[in-house]
Design a binder for this molecule. Structure first.
Ligand code: GLN
Length: 444
């Protein structure tokens, strides 16, 4: 017997051998669920892969960390519950940077994800497994999470579509927290239409996540898009700039006017993002102390403090430790105002400039990444060189804006380039429409 779900399970195993995109396969649960999909349901048995920081009851969730090995959540994330209610079937859990901290998937405790288009390149991160799984054709749809670009960056590196909705448009209940004021669940697929179908069944208020809400669909009306000048030149590769140029021409050919705006606060985006993300992470990750979740390292008779020190010391990876140290420092007495306080003020300024630059236009357009997929190991020795690659994506998280990355051609090295559209909070439907017409115009 064959079915899309059985085919996806088989394809995922093959893709696993060459990419390491997956951390778990849900054969029994998936085949049982596939048999029970009611006829006529909106997603009619569509196989979906879910990033392994999103909980599925009864199934291990590691968040890419040794500290959560053996953790089996007793509840299912609202987004997964809603996908399943619409007839999607979860077939596998995908690899990720530990707790979502990274841009290349090399910070996973379970090994990096290789780019399905070139095994010497990274798939991007932190949702590298989700992007690779879709790009390699194992599944038509995958969920990721996006705190500073983790859905859009790997989508760009793997040549697929990655969407981060407006902050609050999707419930975060059941998503392992990294930086709660920035975290959103995101969607990866080859086509915008599949992204939209998934978004439509997951969106809206969830009593289990007080930051979630339903946004009124507000159609775009300006027929105008703005290029962000600070994200079109220095620091972006020739390939990234050509992708942006191709997108600009495609938009113009479809009747959209393209203008340019200055967003000077872009220069503060990366330090602001990394101060806020690490401060929130230091607080969120304090719960992993060996007492409640996952693994506990210690000898009998050890007190809780000794257990906590050993568990955290042995089981968190080096990047997670670096983030906890940075975040703790940024929040510490005597430095809090100088670091965290200033970052919060800078975030408000960035958000205000984004809002102003969106007045009179439907969207901002930027390259998604500074270039094509990094070589494995290229960015691991110098973390800051990795952080700066988030400059275009982290803006949407700082401002709570919807943003999508779509493929915009290939570079000379044969690797895909992505462009990003960012809109006003709540304009998710309009951004999806615009992305769809951009993709069509790029193909024409
Ligand atoms: N690369 C960014 C970071 O490491 C974003 C990651 C994400 O969006 N989860 O924080």
């Amino acid at each position: 017997m064959t079915s899309p779900v059985i085919d996806a399970l088989a394809a995922a195993r093959q893709v696993q051998e060459r990419t390491n995109a997956f951390l778990g396969f849900l054969d029994d649960r998936a085949t049982a669920a596939a048999a029970g999909v009611p006829p006529g349901s909106p997603l009619g048995g569509l196989p979906v892969a879910v990033k392994d920081n999103i909980c599925v009851a009864g199934t291990p969730t590691t968040a890419g960390s040794r500290i959560l090995e053996g953790f089996v959540p007793p509840y299912t994330a609202t987004v997964v519950e809603r996908l399943e209610a619409a007839g999607a079937v979860v077939v596998a859990k995908t690899n990720l940077d530990e707790f979502g901290m990274g841009s290349t998937n090399e910070n996973s405790a379970f090994g990096p994800v290789l780019n399905p288009l070139d095994p010497e390149r990274v798939a991007g991160g932190s949702s590298g497994g989700s992007a690779a799984a879709v790009a390699a054709g194992a599944v038509p749809l995958a969920l990721g999470s996006d705190t500073g670009g983790s859905v859009r960056l790997p989508a760009a590196f793997c040549g697929v579509v990655g969407f981060k909705p407006t902050y609050g448009a999707l419930s975060r209940y059941g998503l392992v927290a990294y930086a709660s004021s920035l975290d959103q669940v995101g969607i990866v697929a080859k086509d915008v239409a599949v992204v939209r179908a998934a978004f439509d069944v997951m969106r809206g208020e969830d009593p289990l996540d007080p930051t979630s809400r339903a946004f009124q669909a507000a159609p775009l009306g300006y027929g105008r898009v703005a290029v962000v000048k600070e994200l079109a030149g220095d620091g972006f590769s020739e390939a990234a700039r050509r992708g942006l140029e191709a997108a600009r021409r495609a938009l113009e050919s479809s009747g959209v006017e393209v203008v340019e705006v200055d967003v000077p606060a872009v220069r503060y985006a990366v330090p602001t993002y990394y101060l806020i993300a690490t401060a929130e992470a230091a607080s969120n990750l304090s719960r992993y102390d060996g007492s409640l979740y996952g693994v506990r390292v210690g000898r009998s008779g050890d007190g809780q403090e000794a257990v906590s020190i050993r568990t955290r010391g042995e089981l968190f990876g080096p990047e997670v430790k670096r983030r906890i140290l940075m975040g703790t420092f940024a929040l510490s007495a005597g430095y809090r105002d100088a670091y965290y306080g200033r970052a919060v003020a800078a975030r408000a300024r960035i958000a205000a400039q984004l809002r102003d630059s969106l007045a009179g236009v439907d969207a901002l357009i930027t390259p998604t990444a500074t270039g094509t997929a990094y070589r494995l190991g290229e960015k691991t020795k110098d973390p800051v060189s990795m952080y700066v690659g988030d400059v275009a994506t982290c803006l949407a998280n700082l401002g709570g804006l919807p943003a999508i990355s779509v493929p915009a051609g290939t570079a000379d090295d044969g690797l895909p380039v992505g462009v990003q559209l960012m809109g006003r909070p709540g304009s998710d439907d309009g951004i999806l429409d615009l992305a769809e017409s951009l993709v069509a115009a790029l193909r024409a």
